[in-house]
Structure formats: structure tokens, C-alpha cells
Design a protein around this ligand. Structure first.
Ligand SMILES: [Zn+2]
Ligand SMILES: [Zn+2]
Length: 344
């Protein structure tokens, strides 16, 4: 059945009851949303929403979910476990990815574990199209469960594996970008297909110059995959309401279309709100103004947040990143009274 964009009424229902939130956050989540966030374009034939039946997650169904990670004071460490070598000139920097994850999930502690190698218990196959090795996700997830006693279980809220190898869930699939298993708070994500040179084999691509454009594309996709999948483990399902970090993606075009932040419907989940308290409290400071400025302030704040990350991480500003933010807002920027100090 073709994807039918949700009506305003369905979006309002998904957003749920916002009456218990602060007045500022209520405004941010409800006023002028349709002008501030873009709806999802009609999916192509191979598009996620054309291939899958997604009904969208409502706030009420989120609340009723029993299998979601809920951090508390000491139980809040996200472990990232690299599996297999990242020693490739086009591999993304795990350190940068870890810093982005830390900035996004401010309420948690992100720890990157020492790399471990593939072992015999991790089932693999040769993909018939790429002729390259692929590992089955269940073997990698089982490894994370078995190795849990080597991590600090008092602190661990979830553990995700990242790998440069291609992965697949079962024989009926050609590949998968990642898989989250909420029942034991584990996930596995592959960066192998995120290089624009894919399916060029690693031994060939290592001799190709890594341009700045490619480096940014690869890093941006890796960050999106990781944040998206960790949000799954925090209980967020795929979003059908707006262009959003939580949109499903069947290919790199759809992945590039996802935003680096979540839409208001996805934002209205306790986990996410708790994960980014500083971002929201900074936003809160901007909310004591007229309602027409509220969304611009919210967007501007997220934009500055991401640009600030660029500064920290030494990345070059890149127009495609900027587009992520600016495309969400078509109206003119109102006169800004944003206090630069708030971006620190
Ligand atoms: Zn997903
Ligand atoms: Zn969303």
C-alpha cells in the first residue's frame, strides 16, 4: 500500500498529551510545526516507506513499551564496541563518532571499548552481489551478550557494536545497515556501505584519495546510523511524521535525507528529552519570546549546537550539514537576540 502522509490530526494524536510539560516545551512541540519541519517526500519504489508498512509511533505507545533502555543516575553508560579492524584510510574516526554520541546523549556516558577481532562463533557468508564477506548480526549481538561480564554491568545501559564489515540479519536479506535488539539492549551497525565508493573492496579503496567531501559524507552517515540505532534502543521506533533522524532508510539517498536531529513527535519522549537536557534547557532560554519565533529559535539552537560540535571536533563547515538545518525552515530569520554565551 502506498505511503499516505499523516494528517495534522494524526500527528497531534502521535504527539500525545503535552499538558504536563513546561509551557515553553509545549509551545516548541506544538506551534507552527508544519512550517518548521518538512514532511517526508513521496518515497520512490525502493524507498523504505514504499517497501514497509510503518504506522508510526505515538507517545502513548512509546510509554507502554516495556523493552526500552531507561537511564538513571549511575546506570547510564553507552558502550561502543568496535569489532574487526578500523585500520583503513577511509574508515571514520571512532573518536569523533564517540564525541558526537556523547554530545547527543548528554545524559549518558559514552565509552569506546578496545577493538576485538571477529571469531569463529560469528557466522559469515560471501555476499552474492558484492563477493565480499558479510557477518550475520545475531553472532555479533551474541558476542556482546557473552562479553558483558568484561564490562561494568553496574553502569552499562546498552552496548552497541560497530564494524567496517558488511552485515546481514538472515538469509532472506541481502544486507542490513544495523540491527538493534531491545530485549538485551544491544545493537550492531556496519559502516561498510556508507563510503560513496562502496562496493569497491577495501584493498582497492584504500588507494583512493579521501576527499573532504567523501570524508564528511562518510562521517555524517556513520553518526546518523549510530544515533538512529541508539535511539531505537531508547524506545524510539521509525518516524513517519516529518523528515527526522528516526526515518527508516533503505538506501544511502534516504539516509542522506534524514536530519541530524529528531522531529517534535520523536522529541516528545522522556528518554530523548532526558538525553539532551542541556540542549533543551538552552532552548528553554530562548522560548520566552513571541510564539512566531519559537521554532526558529529551536532550529537555530540545534544548528548552533551542531556547529559548536564542528568546532570541537575540528571539522570543516560543510554546506550539506547546514542544509540539514536550514531546509527545515523556510521563513526569514527573525531578529535574533540569542545570547552567544548560551552556545558554550
Ligand atoms: Zn531504524
Ligand atoms: Zn520523528
Amino acid at each position: 500500500m502506498p505511503f499516505v502522509p499523516p494528517s495534522e490530526k494524526q500527528i497531534a494524536e502521535a504527539l500525545g498529551d503535552v499538558i504536563n510539560l513546561s509551557e515553553d516545551i509545549q509551545k516548541a512541540l506544538t506551534i507552527q510545526i508544519s512550517e518548521s519541519f518538512q514532511s517526508i517526500p513521496k518515497p520512490g519504489y525502493w524507498g523504505w516507506l514504499n517497501q514497509r508498512q510503518e504506522c508510526g509511533q505515538t507517545f502513548d505507545s512509546f510509554e507502554q513499551m516495556s523493552t526500552k533502555a531507561i537511564p538513571h543516575s549511575t546506570f547510564k553508560t553507552i558502550y561502543i564496541q568496535p569489532i574487526g579492524s578500523f585500520d583503513h584510510p577511509r574508515a571514520p574516526s571512532l573518536e569523533l563518532i564517540g564525541q558526537f554520541a556523547q554530545a547527543f546523549f548528554l545524559g549518558c556516558d559514552v565509552t569506546i571499548l578496545p577493538m576485538v577481532d571477529f571469531n569463529e562463533s560469528m557466522k559469515n557468508r560471501i555476499n552474492s552481489q558484492t563477493k565480499q564477506i558479510q557477518y550475520q548480526t545475531s553472532g555479533l549481538l551474541e558476542y556482546l551478550v557473552r562479553a558483558r561480564n568484561q564490562r561494568d554491568t553496574e553502569k552499562e545501559i546498552l552496548c552497541v557494536a560497530v564494524t567496517m564489515a558488511d552485515i546481514y540479519p538472515d538469509e532472506t536479506y541481502n544486507f542490513v545497515y544495523g540491527r538493534a535488539r531491545a530485549t538485551d539492549s544491544t545493537g550492531v551497525y556496519s559502516f561498510s556501505r556508507l563510503d560513496p565508493l562502496f562496493p569497491m573492496p577495501p584493498y582497492k579503496s584504500m588507494n583512493r584519495e579521501l576527499t573532504d567531501v567523501d570524508r564528511i559524507i562518510i562521517l555524517r552517515r556513520c553518526i546518523k546510523i549510530l544515533l538512529h540505532e541508539i535511539c531505537h534502543l531508547f524506545g524510539l521506533k521509525h518516524c513517519i511524521y516529518y523528515l527526522c533522524l528516526m526515518n527508516g532508510a533503505n538506501n544511502e539517498i534516504e539516509m542522506d535525507q534524514q536530519t541530524l536531529f529528531v522531529c517534535p513527535v520523536c522529541l516528545h519522549t522522556p528518554s530523548v528529552i532526558e538525553q539532551i537536557p542541556e540542549l533543551l534547557s538552552t532552548t528553554n532560554n530562548y522560548m520566552n519570546t513571541t510564539s512566531e519565533n519559537i521554532h526558529w529559535r529551536l532550529i537555530q539552537n540545534i544548528y548552533n549546537f551542531i556547529m559548536h560540535l564542528f568546532d570541537i571536533l575540528g571539522l570543516k563547515y560543510d554546506l550539506t550539514f547546514v542544509d540539514d538545518i536550514q531546509s527545515t525552515r523556510s521563513i526569514q530569520q527573525p531578529k535574533s537576540t540569542i545570547n552567544e554565551k548560551d552556545h558554550e
